[in-house]
Design a protein around this ligand. Sequence first.
Ligand code: ZN
Ligand code: ZN
Length: 547
Amino acid sequence: MRPSLASARLALGALLGGWLVAAAPAQAHNAKVHRDMTDRAYEIMLALSAGAIDTSEDPALAQLAQDATTAIQKLRNLPARLPSPQQSVCVDPATVKMLGTNTPNWGAPSPFEDMTLGAVPFPISTAYITGVDCGIDPSWSPGAFFTTVNPPGPGSADHTGVVLGFWAHQPDDEVDDWHIYFRPTNMVGFSLMKEYMEDALALPAGAIWVTLRCALECAGSVLTLGIVGDCKDCIDEAIQDSKNAVHEGLTTVDGLFPGFGDHTNVDAYTGMGHHLNVVSSSGEFDDRSGLLVESAGPNGVPDPLEILTMLAADTLGMTVHHDPSLGPKRYEILGAQDFHPNSVDRDEDDWQFLSFPHTPFTPLDNLAHFGWQAFRANPQVGVRELGWPLHAIGDAIVPMHVAGTFGWGHRPYEDAFERRLSILLSTGDVEAAKREALAIAKRALVWRKLILDWRAQHPGQATDIPVRDLITQLATQTLARVQGPSMLVWPFNPLMSPSYVVPGPTREGTITFYETIPGSAATNKTLLEEGIAAEIAFLVSAGEVLP
Ligand SMILES: [Zn+2]
Ligand SMILES: [Zn+2]
């Protein structure tokens, strides 16, 4: 009976595995949101600098306007690091109409990547690198009120915010951050067994493990000679390992078994390092954990989509493939001088010991720090990496990112947020946009103070930014704003993600739910304004590492 049960589970797993990749429970906050948040932060800096926002009521605000002016000058002079566009000829009619030509003149230096942010003549699209067109977004506008400060138009407008926003979306396109493959030693539930063995040293589990581990060595000898030679050595050694079945022993044994079927997917896997779980107060390898699917969600309980994903991944042995994955190398933070706890280092065996739902991923604040560190080390070639902390700010205002879950309504919430974005940003309303710009600038003062206070406490780092502290605080605020008795209806709803994977009206219904549920707009707007405010403080402060 057992083999048929196992094969039935394997078949089910294969089905679910295929579905998992196809349905793509992605964790990417939509590209447009990341871009437009950053662009709005920059437009507000321009407005402050131009005196278009009244700062007379608060000296700190006037100081922020002055500091923004300095930062703008420095940022504009940085190389944009954009590769040349995919096509020199535009085919999209709206783009051609906006440009008045189908062959835009970028006026770029050689190499193209040295073109400065301030000299980028066109608003680039979010698909500038991944698309097949000339990479210009004809629909971009800085929005009502900001058009008076930064009038749109090819060659005349300041597109620094658009390009920074483009790089702010880039971490969602980092396909090599996480590779997955199939490990026999994590198949058909072995991950669960191994976790159990580690915790309880259970003998039956240990016995099964020994059998599996020595299957190859013993396959021949058991038939011909009995338990002798390599087979006996293997079992003796395995029992010894089981006796002191500490993690080290198990992972070393585990490393002997190869995996197969390496694959990666921007929608399914890239975002796995984009979470900061502030529901649980501590993590195993970082002060706060990132995504850990087995305890995802606002109460530490995965939703039905995540439970199905776990079943599939545990059946198929879907495991982080350490060697080609950049994530572990980028986002484990060791030896940082930012007075924030560092990561506990994990080697290849540690990362591959359990299937991915039982593997704690690196947290979002580490992702931010990775990019900030790279920018700070060499700003002249670092604008792309400046996108990492900006991206992290964008993700840190999403409730599901701070509850470490790709379920619980994650995708439909983000889709609805993107659809409502221009309303949330008051893109068409001059007076409202102006009012909100002032409100956001005031919020930015709080984040700016956090940075300046930290610098005052650490005089050796007078231009540095405590990026990990900043992301952690923002994430903590996000959770606090949505926690409460009704949070399991909005924003964390267990029915929405499983329904979202069904294309058509069912998916559409989940997005509509998030677009229309009463009372959500005000909280969403607050989250968005807080994120833009944090970006302003970050960009103004980032200018200070530049000469
Ligand atoms: Zn993300
Ligand atoms: Zn997301």
